[in-house]
Design a protein around this ligand. Structure first.
Ligand SMILES: *Cc1c(COP(=O)(O)O)cnc(C)c1O
Length: 834
């Protein structure tokens, strides 16, 4: 067990203050993820944008007493804390975990490469869990922060470790190598595509190879010529020398030339692929339940590793046959009786349980949180202490109800029953639970389904999830987080961020997005109408919310729910002030909108003196911010107008601010302006469309990830002959033999009717299929004559990663804003996190 004293020695840090010596078990980098205050060590990281030292007060309040800092706090500020001072907290984190790693003498598998790292890691877990007690990276934790958190999980009970490593620029792998120190390496592959921080592909490969500088074995595929060349050069330097111990050995496989594992044939049939190979002149084979090339490559890497570990071919064959899909994402779906359901029934180890619980904890939309949990199948601990730990984790994460399913959890139910705030019930099998299932037992709650695959929790999922109309809008919450971070990185230090969640978050949902933004510490939300704000408050959003169109009829709701109105005219100002006065409130926050050239809403220059007079020393209203809106911030040809607007804004806001005599936030920049007009970032920016993955500038667009995917399915396929017509008005006529697919989306779902007759296209089996005929209310026909084997039930992508919403907007001669916000509410939203 570590404590502040021993850690300080390891780090050669200065133990500024020591008041006790409690044991340290957990490393905490993100103050929002605190679970076990007493045994956590907070290491505040510092980047150009964020300095996590600011969270020390809050964590100290919550009971954290161990800190590693690079900025010494004022003396006596944290009287009961143990504080270690170092130069650089990130370097300290790396050194600490590297030294932790050296305590273990077990096989450690390090995985790097362009694609497949996470799948190879998760498959190895599936393939080896019966033989080993495995510790592995959670999700895709492979960065300078993710890797130390992964390796820190190593404990005495583990007998094999599997970690992935990813880098984005030169110099990073050296750190990861020290932390992971893999004994066995897997280099999955190398993509030609983007080299980002690297000069060229060789530099990128050589940098990745640094991970294996001290390894005993490296598994890789010889069929990537540049990779093979780099590995051989690397091996010349660090390889095993004749007559010596130590040094790197290679284990190669190839589909083309001689190799340790020589792949002879790869045959795909009926959702399975059989792979035949020669190993030490013996013919061997496996079969996997996947047919794509990526899966074949990933499976061969796993195969090679299992052979190296000496696992019997018949065992390998049997397990390969059962390989399962990997839950790369956590999905939030609408459930019965106003519930939300998170279905994560692929595995049930402690690491993935923690991640799922964090996602559950973020959900504020329902008053209570429930987990349906199977036996935890893998961990070296005794059952008693394991379920004890799980129970206290559930308590920490604010879970209200647990339903335990499985013989072990049933046996250890006492651990849960002794927690007063936790309702609990237990069943020996999934079948037993389903037998007594009563839908009425679940009302207005968020339910996490977390179970190992053998418990078949998907059967429970079917009972709890609402049946959906087969057209869905998928929203990638991780992409929203990513996009917000891209803009945050452009902000000058101290600049606040207001997120625009009007119009149902540009069509992407309300509380789901707002929850995420609240979690990410965004400062403000803005909605168009008061009822949107009320909806957010009802679902647990506590951050400040600005309402842009406060109608007098909604003043009541605004006051009652602590929403903050935009005030844009003297008339509105007087009306609202009266209402505040009647309600007996004072200092109610309002936002003053100035018209600097858009000519939509807002005070004009001539109004300022009167406005200043009404607002200064006004006991009822307190101006929280002054703002204006840019008319054409995305358009270089209108930059003069934008500059003019900026200039007017400075003058007008200055005059008003002077009269008020207190600090007021000023803001004018929308998404496009954040990057194009950084001098207009001021005290706060208002991020809208960019958060949803769309920016008009190509440079910015390249850094964003698409957020939503609109997909539907084929309901019927028709074979036509020359002269047959399709759809209303018989506008489309088959010129020869033709095939059409009818899909479940129409203009009532928000698919614009002007995309009729070939103007719009959708992706079917990866190919573009033009719209045939006129778009109907609920249906569209596609011409799939040139796409082979289209069948009923096939997925159809209306827009998404490979068919950007911008393209659809261009076809419809409109803007992405209109397409996104026009997707009707009958299209179910499904949220997921990667
Ligand atoms: C919608 C809106 C924004 C956000 O604009 P984007 O172009 O989507 O970034 C900012 N400010 C106001 C006042 C808005 O109405």
């Amino acid at each position: 067990m570590y404590n502040a004293e021993s850690i300080s020695k390891t780090l050669k840090g200065e133990l500024l203050q020591q008041t006790g010596n409690p044991g340290i078990e957990h490393i905490l980098l993100d103050s929002r993820k605190l679970s076990f205050p007493e045994t956590s060590l907070f290491i505040p990281l510092v980047s150009s944008r964020r300095n996590a030292h600011q969270y020390m007060d809050e964590l100290y309040e919550k009971g954290v007493s161990n800190f590693i800092v690079s900025e010494a706090p004022a003396q006596g500020k944290f009287p009961k804390a143990n504080i270690i001072l170092v130069k650089d907290t990130m370097a300290a984190l790396h050194t600490l975990v590297a030294s932790h790693r050296l305590q273990f003498h077990i096989p450690v598998i390090g995985i790097t490469g362009s694609n497949g790292k996470t799948i190879v890691k998760e498959w190895l877990y599936q393939l080896l869990e019966k033989d080993y007690n495995i510790v592995r990276s959670p999700k895709s934790y492979n960065s300078q922060i993710g890797v130390p958190l992964s390796v820190w999980q190593m404990k005495a009970e583990h007998n094999i470790a599997i970690f992935e490593a990813g880098i984005s620029q030169p110099g990073e792998m050296e750190h990861l190598e020290k932390i992971i120190r893999p004994t066995i390496g897997i280099f999955t592959n190398i993509g030609e595509a983007h080299n980002e921080g690297f000069l060229n592909i060789r530099q990128k490969i050589n940098e990745k190879l640094v991970l294996f500088s001290k390894s005993e074995l490296l598994i890789y595929c010889k069929d990537y010529p540049v990779l093979n060349e780099c590995v051989l050069n690397f091996h010349n330097v660090v390889g095993r020398k004749e007559g010596q111990d130590g040094g790197l050995q290679l284990f190669t496989w190839s589909r083309k030339t001689e190799a340790d594992l020589r792949i002879i044939s790869v045959d795909k049939n009926d959702n399975h692929t059989r792979i035949d190979a020669l190993y030490k002149n013996e013919p061997i084979h496996i079969s996997i339940p996947f047919v794509d090339e990526g899966s074949v490559e990933n499976a061969i890497h796993c195969w090679a590793l299992m052979m190296h570990l000496g696992i019997d071919q018949s065992v390998i064959r049997q397990r390969m046959d059962l390989l399962g899909n990997i839950a790369m994402r956590l999905e939030l779906k609408q459930g019965i009786n106003n519930c939300s359901v998170i279905n994560d029934s692929y595995n049930s180890d402690l690491g993935s349980l923690k991640i799922a619980l964090e996602f559950l904890q973020q959900q504020q939309q329902h008053p209570s949180r429930t987990i349906i949990l199977s036996d935890i199948l893998q961990s070296g601990k005794s059952d008693a202490s394991l379920y004890e730990e799980v129970a206290s984790l559930l308590q920490q994460k604010g879970i209200n109800k647990v339903i335990g399913i499985g013989k072990n959890i049933f046996r250890e139910k006492k651990s849960f029953q002794q927690i007063i705030s936790l309702k609990s019930s237990f069943f020996q099998t999934t079948e037993e639970f389903i037998q007594q299932f009563n839908p009425q037992d679940f009302q207005h709650e968020t339910i996490l389904l977390k179970g190992a695959r053998i418990f078949e929790f998907e059967r429970i999922g079917k009972l709890l999830e609402q049946k959906v109309h087969q057209t869905i809008l998928e929203i990638n919450l991780s992409a929203v987080s990513h996009n917000v971070k891209q803009y945050q990185a452009l902000l000058k230090p101290g600049t606040k961020l207001m997120a625009m969640v009007k119009a149902f978050s540009y069509g992407s949902g309300s509380f789901e997005i707002a929850n995420l933004l609240q979690f990410h510490g965004v400062d403000y939300l803005a909605v168009a109408y008061a009822d949107e704000g009320v909806e957010l408050r009802r679902t647990g959003i506590t951050m400040p919310i600005m309402v842009m169109n406060p109608e007098p009829s909604s003043f009541d709701a605004i006051l009652q729910w602590n929403l903050e109105p935009e005030i844009y005219s003297l008339h509105l100002l007087q009306q609202f002030e009266e209402e505040v006065q009647i309600a007996g409130k004072t200092g109610f926050p309002v936002h003053i909108k100035l018209d600097t050239g858009m000519h939509r809403l807002g005070f004009e220059k001539k109004d300022i003196p009167e406005l200043a007079r009404l607002l200064s020393e006004n006991p009822y209203l307190k101006v929280r911010s002054i703002f204006s809106h840019l008319a054409a911030s995305e358009d270089p040809s209108k930059d003069e107008l934008t500059r003019q607007q900026g200039k007017h804004f400075f003058e007008m806001s200055h005059e008003l601010q002077k009269a008020l005599g207190y600090f007021v936030i000023r803001h004018i920049a929308n998404s496009a302006a954040i990057q194009r007009h950084p001098d207009l970032q001021l005290d706060m920016v208002r991020l809208g469309i960019g958060m949803y993955g769309v920016d008009s500038g190509t440079e910015m667009q390249e850094q964003l990830r698409p957020v939503s995917t609109l997909k539907t399915t084929v309901s019927q396929v028709k074979h036509l002959t020359a002269g047959d017509t399709v759809g209303y008005g018989a506008k489309w006529i088959a010129k020869g033999p033709a095939v059409t697919a009818t899909v479940r989306i129409g203009y009532a779902d928000g698919y614009p009717r002007r995309l009729s007759n070939g103007v719009g296209k959708m992706l079917v089996r990866g190919q573009l299929a033009p719209v045939a005929g006129v778009i109907a209310m609920d249906m569209v026909m596609l011409d799939v004559t040139l796409i082979p084997e289209v069948t009923e039930g096939d997925e159809v992508i209306v827009f998404g990663e490979h068919l950007p919403v911008q393209q659809l907007a261009a076809w419809a001669e409109t803007i992405p804003y209109e397409i996104l916000t026009g997707i009707s509410q009958r299209v179910k939203r499904v949220y997921f996190e990667e």
